[in-house]
Design a protein around this ligand. Structure first.
Ligand code: 4AD
Ligand code: MG
Length: 443
């Protein structure tokens, strides 16, 4: 048995393929059976005169997504280079579907497809997305592994919040309270002191109460952390990292991007250097756009207010900011108020945090959040108190400042938002095999 990905090596030979019937067209004299086997698909041509009458008739009865075995000769497509066909010599149904396959070629609503996600994954489009995801994940690992980082897995059950208390999933841990991790960062800070350059890569959880196109309850995040690196070094790392991932996807997944009808020219322009702007400058961009809106004379436009300095950007704001650029933009030095307790303050303006958000182009929003960490013990203690976090749960974290404190920085990249961006998907729900969202825990 071979798979459809190996057809080019078997032209002129007889092969056996196993898979599922993706589609069938028939004329009176020929069945065109499209076999899908996970690696790809191939059109299998069964001529009435090439097989027995019983066999020819049996192909008429096989339903979409029945599992099948086909024996036949591999032929190069006469007109399309790189495309192959199989001239069927023998054909066997392994298991007929019991009833009609729920996902017919006609249009279905998203809820219906999400309820049938376990089957929907077989579709050409979902297959393409998950393969791009696979390549992104491989690129993530290669990038850090090739640069001397050590993989240090962070725990999933944790006693402490990392990214604020409003999105914590609480669980019972043998009678104690535990949370599903929001981020492995705090553990990576410990790892940076042990290994210099470390990263973790795993699922993270946020009890997001709102339905958006960008938020999942469970998502995958990769988090590098580096000792003796500052914010500028962090931005350099993020920039190289994103360029590496995009280049890898362009190198290996063009056929999948074509299936997704992705405009790859938009990805080809993702090159160093990325623009780096301060929060202040981003606010200026927003206010210019808002002033223009007011001048537009559209109904309600005069109501549009300036962006209030000090607030975090919403999805629409990020879209306005990123639409100025053809590549990701790095927005740094947000007001410390809106950021997490561990952020180091900018010594030249302590209202600001030494942090960075990387906003993907085309409105795909923040794909990376990170920055330099506060390394002064008393300042971290004050931050924990100011954010009303339980001090006991952070004692171990404070040890990192007690025993050889060191400047360090890192970031987290969300895999699903990256997949959405590179694949050109408006919603993150298709970027992960089995999404977990506000109203979805199944299948
Ligand atoms: O900006 P966030 O919250 O940063 C952190 O968690 C830091 N502790 C990371 C670090 O410095 N080590 O999340 C980082 C990234 C976001 O930029 C986004 O890509 C993704 O994680 N993300 C989500 N993706 C999908 N659904 C959600 N609910 C997400 N929340 C964050
Ligand atoms: Mg963030």
């Amino acid at each position: 048995m071979i798979t459809t990905s190996a057809l080019s090596e078997h032209v002129g030979q007889q092969v056996t393929l196993r898979g599922w019937l993706y589609n069938r067209r028939s004329s009176g004299k020929v069945h065109f059976l499209e076999l899908r086997d996970g690696a790809g698909s191939v059109q299998c041509v069964m001529g009435k005169n090439d097989v027995s009458p019983e066999l020819f008739a049996s192909a008429d009865r096989v339903s979409q997504e029945s599992s099948i075995e086909i024996v036949g000769e591999v032929k190069a497509h006469p007109k399309r280079p790189g495309v192959f066909e199989v001239a069927v010599k023998d054909f066997r149904v392994l298991a007929l579907t019991q009833g009609e396959y729920p996902i017919s070629p006609k249009e279905h609503g998203t809820d219906f497809l999400m309820d049938h996600r376990h089957l929907w994954l077989r579709s050409r489009r979902q297959h393409a997305i998950i393969r791009v995801r696979h390549t992104i994940i491989q690129a993530i690992r290669d990038f850090f592994d090739d640069r001397g980082f050590t993989l240090v897995d962070a725990p999933i059950f944790t006693p402490n919040a990392c990214e604020g208390t409003s999105t914590l999933f609480e669980t019972d841990y043998h009678g104690d309270k535990a949370y599903l991790t929001q981020s492995g960062q705090l553990y990576m800070e410990a790892a940076a002191a042990a290994f210099g350059k470390a990263y973790c890569f795993g699922p993270t959880f946020r009890a997001e109460k709102s339905k958006t196109r960008r938020h999942l309850s469970e998502f995958w995040m990769v988090e590098p952390e580096v000792a003796f690196m500052d914010l500028a070094g962090d931005m350099d790392l993020a920039e190289d990292f994103i360029c590496f991932i995009v280049a890898r996807v362009l190198e290996h997944r063009r056929p999948e991007l074509a299936i997704l009808e992705r405009d790859v020219s938009k990805l080809e322009s993702v090159k160093k250097p990325f623009p780096r702007i301060q929060y202040d400058e981003a606010v200026k961009i927003l206010n210019e756009a808002r002033a223009e809106k007011r001048r537009s004379g559209e109904p309600g436009a005069e109501e549009v207010r300036d962006f209030p300095w000090g607030e975090d950007f919403g999805a629409e704001d990020e879209t306005v900011i990123s639409s100025r650029y053809d590549r990701p933009v790095m927005v740094h030095r947000y007001p410390a108020e809106v950021k997490a307790f561990y952020m180091k303050k900018d010594p030249s303006d302590p209202r600001l945090a030494l942090c960075v958000d990387v906003l993907a182009p085309e409105g795909y929003g923040e794909v990376i959040g990170g920055g330099q960490r506060e390394d002064d013990l008393a300042t971290v203690e004050a931050g924990i108190e100011a954010h009303k976090l339980p001090r006991e749960a952070f004692e171990w974290y404070l040890d990192l400042r007690r025993y050889g404190s060191f400047p360090h920085a890192g970031f987290g990249l969300g895999v699903e938002r990256t997949v959405a961006w590179l694949c050109g998907l408006p919603h993150v729900r298709e970027t992960i095999p089995f999404p977990r969202m506000l109203n979805r825990l199944s299948p």
